[in-house]
Design a protein around this ligand. Structure first.
Ligand code: ADP
Ligand code: TRP
Length: 328
């Protein structure tokens, strides 16, 4: 069975974009693949050396993933810093990672611009830590967005280079993975672009009914079409995309018909959209609160995941040490 691995930095709550863009796919994959999901808390140190709240952020993201339906009995779900073997593999990969290639990575160059006072070695070697995360479990497929392509290319390169240097066919080259042929983009409610944390336009799975309604009612619209069957401007098309994602086909068709006949009332559409988003989020929200309040369960899940991940990582490290020539 092939192995799928995915990681997320604990930087905030999950929103509808994360859910429909990434999490939903993981939930589906867990039945068909050997799956690893992990929370990349070491990676957070590259930008937040003293993450005040890192334990809390890790707990929140863990509760949210579980509430979305990731089953700890099927998938191995763990926290990166619980698997110290990753740090050992990171060290070996760094010995064969070169300054020039690391300096050329776009996200490193971006960080050099955005945090000039903290250009640390962790930032520079972010791709080798990410490669260690992936190849330590010999992952075949890694579901990631477009922004991670360069890191994936580096992971393949480091895997290949290890095999070359030590004359083995040991690591597989991991491939990026999308569930559909086109990556899904969940739009925001502010008229253009995607929903995102940094865009400040996100509806979070944890948002309550009132908050969701307030956010949806504020969505950007226009004065409505004047010609039947006109093309929808981006802000309106975005609202329809959201309807398509969370509402029934009947609801979508109803408002689409109204739009085509120039009889659309955006207030009604938004009310319905808010209701449907709430109907989707409400059970997840309840589960997040339930799971987050059950510290023992969370500890058990993280403990079980760490043990399974460590077993897989330790096996790789034993073999890697032997290949390089250290005592295993
Ligand atoms: P954000 O952009 O809100 O900071 P992250 O960068 O943490 O989110 O992304 C986590 C995952 O969610 C990634 O796999 C990313 O591709 C996916 N994702 C984020 N926003 C969207 C969106 N609007 N549509 C589809 N997928 C998204
Ligand atoms: N770099 C990824 C991001 O910013 C997070 C990440 C770290 C990751 N290690 C990984 C993703 C390994 C997939 C596999 O989203």
């Amino acid at each position: 069975m092939e192995t799928v691995l995915s990681g997320i930095r604990p930087t905030g709550n999950l929103h509808l974009g994360n859910y429909f863009g990434a999490v939903q796919a993981f939930v589906k994959l867990q039945h068909a693949y050997n799956c690893f999901f992990f929370i990349a808390d070491w990676h957070s140190l590259t930008t937040h050396p003293k993450p005040d709240n890192i334990r809390n952020s890790v707990k929140i993201i863990l509760a949210e993933y579980l509430a979305c339906g990731i089953d700890p009995e099927k998938a191995t779900i763990y926290v990166q810093s619980d698997v110290r073997e990753v740090a050992e593999l990171y060290l070996y990969l760094n010995m064969n990672a070169y300054l020039g290639e690391l300096e050329r990575v776009t996200s490193f160059k971006d960080k050099v611009r955005s945090q000039p006072d903290n250009i640390n070695a962790g930032l520079l070697t972010y791709p080798s830590l990410m490669a260690a995360d992936i190849i330590i479990h010999k992952a075949h497929k890694v579901p990631v967005g477009k922004d991670q392509e360069q890191n994936m290319e580096m992971a393949r390169r480091f895997a290949r280079r290890f095999n070359m240097i030590y004359g083995v066919e040991y690591f597989t080259e991991p491939q990026s993975f999308h569930l559909t042929d086109k990556a899904m983009k969940v739009p925001g409610l502010d008229g253009s672009g995607k929903m995102g944390k940094s865009e400040g336009n996100a509806i979070y799975l944890i948002d309550d009914e009132k908050t969701i309604k307030k956010k949806v009612m504020k969505a950007v619209t226009d004065s409505g079409p004047t010609e039947p069957n006109s093309e929808k401007p981006e802000a309106i098309a975005n609202l329809f995309t959201l309807l398509e994602i969370v509402s029934s086909k009947d609801t979508y068709d109803y408002f689409n018909e109204k739009y085509n006949q120039c009889e659309i009332r955006y207030g009604d559409l938004k009310k319905q959209l808010a209701e449907d988003i709430n109907a989707f989020c409400s059970p997840i929200r309840k589960r997040i609160i339930e799971i987050a309040s059950d510290e023992d369960y969370m500890k058990k899940v993280a403990g079980l995941g760490a043990a399974k991940a460590r077993e897989s990582a330790a096996k790789t490290l034993r073999e890697v040490r032997e290949i390089i020539g250290f005592r295993s």
